[in-house]
Design a protein. Structure first.
Length: 152
């Protein structure tokens, strides 16, 4: 498993979780504190208020994970505040299409920053749900995809 990062970046298996690092996960709760270090003794740098927000796990300890958020900020969160990836962020205005092809009719226009529930992925497209809308978005318009997400 790898993530869509710089080519040649080394992926390691964490001795703590047994999962690859780096990897994408999602925030489990609608309120998660991001701290400047891996303990509650460290100051809160960010308070995330968006359950499902995809984050990139870049380092781990037994109980903590250093994450990078979609804006590029890096903080530490308690590992129990994370869950398997289930959401992605739309990175640029794009069309939510009926089928996984460029010429397919659009269902809606998605703005950058929209949080979408990830349904499945194919080679170049991912099926997502945003509110009552479900359709296909091209992968380059999404942030938070592990490269093995084709088998979701």
């Amino acid at each position: 498993m790898a993530t869509p990062l710089a080519a040649g970046q080394t992926v390691k298996i964490s001795q703590f979780s047994g999962k690859p690092v780096p990897r994408f996960e999602s925030l489990r709760y609608s309120r998660v504190n991001g701290r400047i270090g891996p303990s509650t003794d460290h100051q809160v740098a960010w308070e995330y208020e968006r359950a499902g927000l995809p984050v990139l796990v870049i380092k781990e300890t037994r109980d903590w994970a250093q994450i990078r958020d979609p804006d590029g900020d890096e903080v530490w969160v308690a590992a129990r505040m994370l869950t398997d990836p289930g959401h992605v962020i739309v990175t640029r205005e794009t069309v939510l299409r009926r089928r996984a092809q460029s010429g397919s009719p659009g269902r809606a226009t998605l703005q950058a920053g929209v949080l979408a529930e990830l349904e499945s992925c194919e080679e170049r497209w991912c099926e997502v749900r945003v509110g009552d809308y479900r359709g296909w978005v091209d992968k380059p318009s999404l942030w938070g995809l592990n490269t093995d997400s084709a088998g979701l």
